[in-house]
Design a protein around this ligand. Structure first.
Ligand SMILES: NC(=O)c1ccc[n+]([C@@H]2O[C@H](COP(=O)([O-])OP(=O)(O)OC[C@H]3O[C@@H](n4cnc5c(N)ncnc54)[C@H](O)[C@@H]3O)[C@@H](O)[C@H]2O)c1
Ligand SMILES: O=P(O)(O)OC[C@@H](O)[C@@H](O)[C@H](O)[C@H](O)CO
Length: 493
């Protein structure tokens, strides 16, 4: 099958719809071309468009220089891709195929920096959506060079300043910023970073006031499992059935939830509930946030390194493993839930629904994908649970310590001549670790310096404040014990 999904593959009706999108004003700028945004927010905007509730379009750019390949593929597909939603919905099996066509522009902001600046200065632009993972939504000091800004929040600061200058500080021209990174109070984190860049770059105080008073940095919480591209054999079978290929084919589960801390009146701009989507405008995001990040993401982040070290490829396979499937449930039920300040039944119901979602037979969610940027994820998703035990003087639960031991063993990496960091599973299978290269360099250094002593490496890594923001030495003893359990290969029979 060589025909690609693009204008040429569409029938007349499809081409008409594509023309509408491509001729529509860009009202949303999307920083991030990853699976999640394509299987969640873009799908939601498509739902709004389908119901005549949204007449704008989205311009999408990648957040870092290396993400260019997907943007090029999107451009080659005239901004379109297929989303297949599979799983149980109200007890019924569903398999829905949709062509998502909401992008009127897809370009590389590093080679087309001016084009991005022009967008920022467009009167029609209203919203900026992003997902750059937790590793992207961070403040890293950066100098102005006159060229593209590297970081995501730095870009936002610079783009907002362009906008401010273009419209002479017009209060009506502020933007709504909707970061979807899984960081607590992601809107506040973005706002703080933007203000810091603006200060570093000595932008005027009046601009700071304009940022604060006329731009909305909304915190939100997203929930949907979006594994992205399916197994090759499944993809090929679909391409054969559809009569075209789709390099950006994405799969997702039916479940979706977006809790946004803002007043429901914003439906006038983003009519998501009106489109029938499971969106909550709320004045308190915390309960949504804590439950989801600590339970669902905590379980994912706990299982990914452990699974990879045992050569398990997918979430479902991990759940079905006789030892590990039980261990992840126990970790959630016994170690994570008791640390959360919500009703036991409510928590248990949510946790059980998460395990059902993890077992979705149609979704092959790769542990290798979940493991990307695991250091930052572990800090946000599991360290608060561990801290709960450490601070209250209770013993550190062995299963949680095992998760941390697995994380550190997973990061026992060496750097290749190509700059790639690789480790090996307990049975010697090689894997690639994707994370911040400075962090990986530091961790590789600790492992190297410790030689044959896992305990020394664990002690040094947990004590490294540069890596974690603070020292976690207090956990070392429990983690070293579990590291020995791990190395003995227990639970892998
Ligand atoms: N896929 C899911 O099921 C899902 C569901 C909910 C939330 N999320 C969140 O979305 C994030 C992305 O998941 P995805 O499935 O889209 O992954 P992906 O690999 O498809 O996309 C990752 C995106 O983040 C960018 N990125 C990665 N590291 C970065 C860095 N250091 N700086 C700037 N940008 C960086 C990439 O360029 C890309 O745009 C996850 O980390 C998670 O926080 C994912
Ligand atoms: O890349 P991550 O770890 O942020 O995401 C992996 C999963 O935890 C995540 O994709 C969940 O499936 C998602 O957060 C569900 O809403």
């Amino acid at each position: 099958m060589s025909l690609l999904l693009n204008r040429a593959a569409l029938d007349e009706r499809g081409r008409g719809r594509l023309d509408e999108v491509q001729g529509a004003p860009v009202t949303i700028l999307q920083i991030g071309e990853g699976n999640f945004l394509r299987g969640f927010t873009d799908w939601m905007i498509q739902a709004c468009r389908n119901q005549g509730l949204f007449s704008g379009s989205i311009a999408v750019v990648q957040p870092r220089p290396s993400g260019r390949a997907k943007i090029e593929k999107l451009a080659a597909q005239d901004g379109m891709y297929t989303l297949v939603t599979q799983g149980l919905e109200n007890g019924q099996e569903v398999c829905r195929k949709e062509t998502i066509g909401v992008f009127s522009q897809a370009f590389d902001p590093y080679s087309e920096w001016k084009r991005l600046l022009e967008l920022a200065a467009s009167p029609e632009l209203r919203i900026v959506i992003s997902n750059t993972t937790e590793a992207g939504l961070v403040y890293r000091p950066e100098k102005l060079t006159g060229g593209p800004i590297q970081s995501y929040p730095g870009k936002i600061a610079y783009l907002l300043y362009e906008r401010y200058k273009t419209f002479l500080g017009d209060p009506e021209k502020g933007l709504i910023l909707l970061p979807c990174e899984l960081l607590e109070r992601n809107g506040d984190v973005l706002k703080a970073a933007v203000l810091q860049y603006s200060k570093d770059w000595k932008f005027p105080a009046a601009f700071h006031d304009w940022i604060k008073q006329h731009n909305r940095f909304l915190s939100s919480l997203v929930d949907r499992i979006v594994p992205g591209y399916p197994e090759e054999a499944q993809a090929e079978a679909w391409f054969h059935e559809w009569g075209y290929r789709d390099e950006l084919l994405c799969t997702a589960e039916p479940y979706h939830l977006w809790a946004i801390e803002a007043e429901p009146e914003l439906e006038a701009i983003l009519p998501l509930r009106k489109a029938g989507l499971n969106v909550h405008w709320t004045d308190d995001l915390k309960p949504f946030q804590q439950q989801k990040v600590r339970i669902l993401n905590g379980a994912h982040t706990w299982m990914a390194p452990l699974g990879i070290l045992h050569d398990i490829e997918h979430v479902r396979a991990f759940m079905e493993h006789p030892e590990f499937g039980a261990a992840v449930r126990e970790t959630v039920w016994r170690d994570i839930l008791p640390t959360l300040p919500y009703g036991e039944n409510e928590l248990k119901t949510y946790a059980d629904s998460v395990f059902d979602r993890f077992g979705n037979p149609y979704i092959r969610h790769r542990l290798a994908d979940i493991a990307m940027n695991s250091m930052g994820k572990f800090s946000v998703r599991l360290m608060p649970t561990l801290a709960h035990y450490a601070e209250s003087g209770e013993a550190i639960p062995a299963r949680l310590a095992l998760g941390l031991a697995a994380l550190l063993r997973y990061y026992k990496v060496t750097k290749g001549s190509d700059g790639e960091f690789t480790g090996t599973s307990l049975k010697g299978i090689r894997y690639v670790v994707r994370d911040d290269s400075n962090a990986l360099d530091r961790i590789a250094g600790h492992w190297q310096a410790a030689g044959a002593s896992n305990a020394d490496a664990i002690g040094a890594i947990l004590a490294d404040k540069e890596l974690w923001g603070s020292s976690w030495s207090g956990l070392a003893e429990s983690v070293i014990v579990q590291s020995e359990v791990l190395e003995r290969g227990e639970g892998n029979e």
